[in-house]
Design a protein around this ligand. Structure first.
Ligand SMILES: *[C@@H]1O[C@H](CO)[C@@H](O)[C@H](O)[C@H]1NC(C)=O
Ligand SMILES: *[C@@H]1O[C@H](CO)[C@@H](O)[C@H](O)[C@H]1NC(C)=O
Ligand SMILES: *[C@@H]1O[C@H](CO)[C@@H](O)[C@H](O)[C@H]1NC(C)=O
Ligand SMILES: *[C@@H]1O[C@H](CO)[C@@H](O)[C@H](O)[C@H]1NC(C)=O
Length: 493
């Protein structure tokens, strides 16, 4: 029997199979290579920063994040509704720049990407949120409105950034009402497959008062923990912005925050640990060491122009400038960097900034992987060296002792831009490897030793191939299948 194929049918069939494979292929390739979440906040007002500090959605690289959060929308307390805080940037009406839809539109080419809208932020305060959640009627109106709003602009979810329930003019009953808000949003969101997340304060007293941790982790998909601002110029002495650990059980550390939330019943697979892409600044008449007294004054950078705050892109520019006279000190106890200027001969003051660099972040990623957390969050990607204008750091995996002694290195980077964000993605894979080697070593009781070790050699890309190889095989099999099908169709015509 001869099969008869119309040329039209044949072409149609091939196109169908080809497009199916194309979709499958892009789906597999557009995001990070690991299975953890990398949540990238964009502070969308960064578009107004001067010169090379200006960051627009065109600068965003969706391949480096699993989730992106557009910060911030606000609350209209009269209507109990979510609203744009910058309609010209966010919306398309009246020749606006349509930021919401430009960000959600990236999903067409990056199908892995989940895009959320954040409501709140520091400047929105707490009181209007406290009032809105206190009454079931206004709370219900808000839930209805926010659901249709985020669907209208094709967002995948909502991120609650109320800073914070019960604080800054809030009321004690916010704690329970926040749970009710999360519960009611969850019920609405489930029917539309939307994500519900929340930024969570890191200070112990805020956690104690603001959050019923067990309840909210029931209703939220992810808790974005804001593990930064532990110290700043408000302390009137030099301190670390985001120390991984702190001596003597000091609760002002990332480790304390994460372990405390776990102890209170948050599930590890919902905790997303925040890392700051910025530092805190100080001015002191002393030498610029940790704990040096200050009069509370700080300084600002040329891009972010906010006293007490420097973006990593501003810090790395200073440090890449060989004539700036700045020096850095690494603190192994806290995984923090302190950088300071020479003493100004006129004012007698030293400028100091404490911050996270790539090495800090690699160590924090390892901590997050040891705790089996969902992944990492970034505040915010617009202050990474997103243009790649600074000197690259060379000591990123200095503290990955097992990989070092096994002579395993990270593959060379194709791009110099986004060094911190690239470190997060790379370190997720590398730290899992490091942890495994460490674990094997404990079992066999071998200490890492440069001269003689039992740790298998090999490149990371070889070794992590285990899981992804099945992926490749599947893809290759599909290509072969297409070719065979093509041959079959043509030969049978
Ligand atoms: C709270 O809402 C009122 C009324 O709309 C507004 O005037 C006020 O600015 C809001 N508070 C904050 C901190 O935004
Ligand atoms: C480097 O630092 C020096 C001294 O602070 C300054 O005069 C110069 O403008 C800086 N260069 C760049 C490229 O920023
Ligand atoms: C491979 O995947 C399994 C299950 O998804 C996981 O348990 C394992 O850790 C992965 N191995 C590597 C090397 O990624
Ligand atoms: C299978 O696909 C992977 C990546 O898509 C590629 O590196 C590899 O060479 C392919 N193998 C074969 C036999 O085609």
């Amino acid at each position: 029997m001869e099969m008869t194929w119309q040329p039209g049918n044949r072409l149609f069939f091939i196109l169908l199979v080809a497009s199916f494979l194309y979709i499958m292929d892009t789906e597999a390739k557009t995001g990070p290579a690991h299975d953890k979440v990398v949540v990238c906040y964009i502070s969308t007002w960064a578009v107004y920063r001067p010169g090379h500090g200006a960051y627009s959605i065109d600068n965003f690289d969706p391949s480096l994040c699993s989730h992106v959060v557009y910060a911030f929308a606000g609350l209209d307390p009269i209507q109990s509704a979510i609203k744009s805080l910058d309609p010209w940037q966010d919306l398309k009406a009246e020749y606006g720049k349509g930021g919401y839809e430009r960000l959600t539109g990236l999903k067409r080419n990056y199908p892995h990407l989940k895009v959320s809208l954040a409501i709140g932020g520091w400047n929105e305060g707490s009181k209007n949120y406290s009032n809105m959640v206190s009454d079931p009627v206004t709370r219900g109106k808000f839930v209805q409105h926010v659901t249709s709003f985020i669907r209208k602009y094709n967002f995948d979810g909502l991120d609650l950034d109320w800073e914070y329930p019960t604080q800054r003019g809030g009321a004690p009953k916010d704690r329970d009402n926040f749970v009710l808000l999360a519960k009611e949003l969850r019920e609405q969101f489930n029917s539309h497959g939307l994500l519900l997340t929340s930024a969570i304060g890191a200070a112990k007293n805020v956690i104690d008062q603001a959050y019923d941790v067990k309840q909210i982790s029931k209703y939220l998909d992810f808790l974005h923990i804001m593990c930064y601002d532990y110290h700043g110029s408000w302390d009137r002495k030099v301190g670390y912005n985001a120390p991984l650990t702190a001596p003597n059980g000091d609760p002002l550390s990332v480790q304390f925050t994460i372990d405390y939330l776990l102890k209170l019943g948050a599930s590890a697979e919902k905790i997303v640990m925040g890392v700051p892409f910025y530092g805190r600044t100080f001015k002191t008449a002393l030498d610029g060491n940790l704990d040096d007294e200050t009069d509370g004054t700080a300084f600002q950078g040329p891009f972010t122009r906010e006293d007490g705050f420097l973006g990593y892109n501003e810090i790395c520019r200073i440090l890449s400038n060989k004539t700036s006279g700045w020096t850095t000190m690494w603190d192994p106890e806290t995984s923090q960097v302190l950088a300071r200027s020479e003493k100004d001969i006129f004012s007698g003051l030293v400028q100091v900034v404490t911050f996270d660099n790539s090495r800090t972040i690699a160590n924090k990623v390892k901590f997050a992987m040891e705790r089996n957390l969902a992944g990492l969050m970034v505040w915010s990607i617009d202050t990474d060296d997103f243009l790649g204008e600074c000197d690259p750091e060379s000591d990123i995996y200095e503290d990955y002792k097992y990989l070092k002694s096994a002579n395993i290195h990270s593959p060379p980077r194709m791009n110099n831009n986004y060094p911190l964000l690239r470190t997060i993605n790379e370190a997720i894979t590398l730290s899992l490897e490091e942890i495994e080697l460490q674990h094997n070593d404990k079992e066999t009781n071998l200490l890492p030793n440069e001269e003689d070790n039992e740790i298998p050699h090999g490149s990371i890309s070889d070794r992590k191939g285990d899981n992804s190889s099945s992926n490749h095989l599947f893809k290759n099999a599909s290509y072969i299948y297409t070719i065979l099908l093509g041959i079959l169709i043509f030969s049978s015509a």
